[in-house]
Design a protein around this ligand. Structure first.
Ligand code: AMP
Ligand code: MN
Ligand code: MN
Ligand code: MN
Length: 291
């Protein structure tokens, strides 16, 4: 594990992160980050707040901000996360897509709350809305409220007991398809990155099929470096990247400073000879010292 000067996968209070966009920015400065993408789940609000602060001179211009979001979608019933980078925020298709995701998440939140009530837990929907405070609402907000109420002893337990795969409150959602998401990203001028490929708990043959489909549908890059990925997994990913002529990306998937083993810019080093998605993001910008 090394520290990098760029981080292309981070979360703020605009989704399920713990730091506000401004606090995340301050922490990124402390960690020597020079290029930062805020990639909140299904929203660009965190990035847009930071951009305004930077344009008005309220925060430093030492960090180059890249627009981003981690978009939820499905391929053959498998939920996937696609990190969109360098998207145009004012693109009508993107705006419509994000408001559709917001509606899906609000509807899901109601159904999760109902499922928990059926399990004889109190109705926590209004507390969850308070917790989210206008953020794109997600299962972690439920986990946090269940913790606050001492109904579980940790967020991990909340997922294990109620919210995780196959559990009672993991209600099904008609997420957009991978094809739709890749189209939206393309239309808004962005590049698409398959996030944390080894975290979906797929067999290697299923993962290979998903990567092939991702490429076929116009996907651009694959995250090759993130906390938890091991050398053997990276070698398999490198093989697929080479086979399908994809680019690589990397990021910490930072959510909270409480998690001691993830920090901004902290993930295994990315080899210099791999085609990097950053070169696409920065193609029309001043050349940076190194990527
Ligand atoms: P959602 O997008 O609302 O379905 O929530 C997914 C988010 O929940 C992920 O991005 C993680 O931040 C978090 N998450 C998923 N699984 C777990 C888990 N087992 N324990 C804690 N957090 C989790
Ligand atoms: Mn998350
Ligand atoms: Mn993710
Ligand atoms: Mn993430």
């Amino acid at each position: 594990m090394t520290f990098s000067h760029y981080d292309l996968h981070t979360h703020t209070t605009a989704s399920d992160g713990v730091l506000s966009p401004a606090a995340l920015f301050a922490s990124a400065l402390e960690h020597g980050i020079e290029i930062l993408a805020i990639t909140d789940h299904d929203t660009i609000d965190g990035y847009s707040q930071l951009l305004s602060l930077q344009q008005s001179g309220e925060i430093s211009d030492q960090i180059k901000l890249i627009s981003g979001a981690e978009l939820t979608c499905v391929l053959e019933r498998q939920v996937l996360h696609i990190v969109a980078l360098n998207i145009q925020m004012d693109n009508p298709g993107l705006i419509e897509h994000l408001s559709m995701l917001e509606a899906l998440r609000l509807d899901r939140a109601e159904r999760i709350a109902e499922k928990l009530v059926k399990k004889k837990l109190p109705n926590i929907l209004s507390l969850v809305h308070e917790k989210a405070a206008g953020a794109q609402i997600g299962r972690p907000h439920f986990a946090k409220v269940l913790c606050d109420l001492k109904l579980v002893s940790s967020e991990a337990e909340a997922f294990k007991k109620y919210l995780g795969a196959g559990k009672v409150a993991n209600v099904s959602v008609q997420w957009p398809t991978l094809e739709q998401v890749l189209e939206v990203i393309k239309q808004s001028g962005g590049v698409s990155v398959l996030a944390h490929p080894t975290k979906y708990k797929l067999t290697m043959s299923k993962l290979r099929r998903i990567i092939a489909e991702f490429k076929l549908l116009g996907g651009d890059a694959i995250e090759i470096s993130y906390p938890g990925v091991n050398v053997q997994q990276q070698n398999i990913l490198k093989f697929e990247i080479d086979k399908h002529q994809l680019s690589v990306s990397a990021g910490s998937d930072f959510h909270t400073p409480e998690n001691k083993w993830t920090t901004l810019g902290r993930y295994p080093k990315v080899a210099d000879d791999l085609p990097h998605v950053l070169t696409k993001c920065l193609a029309d910008q001043v050349t940076l010292k190194r990527i």
